[in-house]
Design a binder for this molecule. Structure first.
Ligand code: ZN
Length: 136
């Protein structure tokens, strides 16, 4: 296993490198239930009440909901200066190291939410922080 999930007082739960992870490593797959865009919209409304959503958009029509059958990858936090990217191959999403990651570092992905959806404020602290987790 490349990672461990830990609580940090800054981000709540996060995913950290358990060992050194070389650039290009496929760390894990973003697993979960394959759902339609309509079902995603329904769940987003539902989740707005509880505040937690683990839905990753796969393509125009489908998404993966990590809340159902998901693994630790769903706890990867957002940064505008990420060290991991989601690579989509067919109906799978793989989290791949964008650079060498040192043991103990937290993993971050750029959520890049739809620019037309509700702005989600970002406080990641990166020098290039966009101020929102949405794509520009
Ligand atoms: Zn940011």
């Amino acid at each position: 296993m490349y990672t461990i999930v830990k609580y940090s007082h800054i981000h709540g739960r996060g995913v950290f490198a358990a060992i050194d992870i070389p650039k290009g490593t496929r760390i894990f797959e973003y697993t979960g239930e394959l759902i339609s865009r309509e079902e995603e919209d329904r769940r987003e409304r539902e989740n707005d009440k509880t505040g937690v959503t683990y839905i990753y958009q796969l393509n125009e029509h489908e998404s993966i909901d990590g809340a159902h059958g998901g693994n630790d990858s769903r706890f990867v936090n957002h940064s505008c200066d990420p060290n991991v990217e989601g690579v989509i191959k067919k109906k799978h999403i793989y989290y791949v190291a964008l650079r060498d990651i040192t043991q103990g570092e937290e993993l971050f992905i750029d959520y890049a939410f739809d620019k037309d959806s509700k702005p989600e404020p970002c406080h990641c602290g990166a020098a290039n922080c966009r101020g929102v987790m949405n794509a520009m």
